[in-house]
Design a protein around this ligand. Structure first.
Ligand SMILES: C[S@@+](CC[C@H](N)C(=O)[O-])C[C@H]1O[C@@H](n2cnc3c(N)ncnc32)[C@H](O)[C@@H]1O
Length: 430
């Protein structure tokens, strides 16, 4: 079937319509292209199709840089020249916000950096194929293992570490046998690639990490610490169950320098993944903001709290998993609180606290209805909403706008080049 591609939609695909008006979602195509596709699946309100051939290609089409592109589940936009990727994301963001009923949006300000080798963290699956250990990701749209030979969106050190792990697996030692029990490995590096942390995920507790790390250290001198974590069996509960740390070796985390600050990030703790754009994120959130009191909700290791503490007399940082934050965010005017945002806000409204600024940076699920209602009751003059999901962002913004806030600035920070994911920062005032 031939189709004319209309626009990119959130999730990586593009939209086209059949002659009877039915919607079709197709990956790896571009707006304006004429393509031949094959319908793969009938969904409730649309059909999914795969690309057979491009009949008329877009001027934005380029050769993908990675041999795994198209098969690998990690990237969606490598066939698109980089500035066009950012433009597509901007139109997806604009449309998502408008569809939620948000009118008169400010112009979207775009922020991007180098689109390759940007990731400071890489998590790989480990599987034996023909008695040889391989590293890989999920195949596009499935959880089927795909062995990979490179990953050009990650910092080179991470890939070198993955190759070293594979080398150890061939050496016929206690470590190579121990690795047969491993199912995933995560590597995390500092922005300058001078320090590396490794986590090996296993299905059953089995000692033997130290010899593996000693050998890895010979191959990758940047390795400063490692640990094993027990991964719960796959299934619907897996998201809810955190991996349980077992053995550890060397340092428990690393000190990550961003801007003029050093952030202590324990193994497994959240930290922004794009090593080239962390300072830009902090700049947009914190620059030119000052006052008596700011709240940083969903604070992580205190990325924004530290910057805000330079210009606010008091900063309250709230985080559900606050071990690192409590250790490092202390001193005059700095308050780290381990709580969920809802717990914190429920108490704060009773005490009638009112900061000049509230920063929220929730996970993909967004802040949700109750937090929006509580934020409306607090009625801070300014809210900065940092989001990694435009759909939940749009839902939450609509509630805040209905409660009296105006959207003053809209920033798209392209933290995840080559993929459909996008980061948005919204400045709201009342
Ligand atoms: C997207 S990260 C942002 C972290 C930080 N602002 C940064 O930029 O590094 C979201 C953070 O919210 C935390 N979190 C998740 N659910 C939470 C909740 N209900 N209340 C408070 N924090 C939560 C996570 O542990 C994570 O550190």
């Amino acid at each position: 079937m031939k189709l004319q591609i209309e626009k990119a939609i959130y999730g990586g695909a593009c939209l086209a319509h059949q002659s009877d008006g039915d919607s079709v979602f197709i990956p790896f195509v571009l707006p304006g292209e004429l393509v031949e596709v094959q319908i793969q699946q009938q969904k409730k309100n649309f059909e999914e199709a795969s690309l057979l051939q491009v009949l008329e290609d877009s001027v934005d089409r380029v050769q993908p840089a990675c041999p795994h592109f198209g098969e690998c589940g990690g990237c969606h936009y490598q066939h698109t020249q980089y500035p066009a990727q950012v433009k597509m994301k901007a139109s997806i963001l604009q449309e998502t916000l408008e569809r939620a009923g948000l009118k008169t949006l400010p112009e979207i300000q775009l922020h991007s950096a180098a689109p390759w080798a940007y990731r400071n963290r890489m998590r790989l699956r480990l599987e034996e194929l023909d008695s040889i250990l391989k590293v890989g990701y999920n195949r596009q749209g499935t959880n089927v293992f795909l062995a990979i030979q490179e990953c050009p969106i990650t910092a080179p050190l991470l890939w070198r570490a993955a190759q070293s792990l594979l080398q150890v697996a061939t050496e016929n030692t206690a470590s190579s046998r121990w690795l047969l029990n491993a199912v995933e490995a995560e590597f995390f590096t500092t922005a300058d690639e001078k320090k590396l942390q490794m986590t090996v995920f296993v299905r059953k507790d089995q000692p033997g990490l130290a010899p593996l790390c000693d050998r890895m250290k010979q191959l990758v001198p940047e390795l400063t610490g490692a640990g094993t974590s027990l991964l719960k069996p796959a299934g619907p509960q897996r998201q809810l169950q955190k991996p349980r740390p077992l053995e550890s070796w060397g340092a428990q985390g690393l000190s990550y320098q961003a801007g003029n600050e050093d952030y202590w990030v324990s193994r497994g703790a959240f930290f922004q993944v794009n090593r080239f754009l962390i300072e830009e994120l902090v700049r947009i959130v914190a620059t030119n903001r000052q006052g008596q009191l700011a709240w940083d909700l969903y604070a992580g290791v205190g990325l924004f709290s530290r910057a805000l503490a330079k210009t606010f007399q008091q900063v309250v940082a709230v985080e559900a998993a606050a071990t690192d934050l409590i250790k490092s965010f202390k001193g005059t005017g700095r308050h780290a609180i381990e709580a969920t945002t809802i717990e914190f806000l429920r108490q704060a409204v009773v005490q009638r606290e009112r900061p000049q600024l509230i920063v929220v940076d929730p996970p993909r699920a967004g802040v949700g209805a109750e937090v929006c209602a509580l934020l409306a009751r607090v009625a801070a003059p300014e809210i900065v909403y940092v989001s990694c999901d435009p759909v939940t962002l749009a839902r939450d913004l609509k509630m805040l706008v209905d409660a009296g806030y105006n959207l003053e600035e809209l920033h798209l920070v392209d933290l995840f080049p080559q993929t459909f994911h996008l980061e948005t920062i919204v400045i709201l005032r009342r």
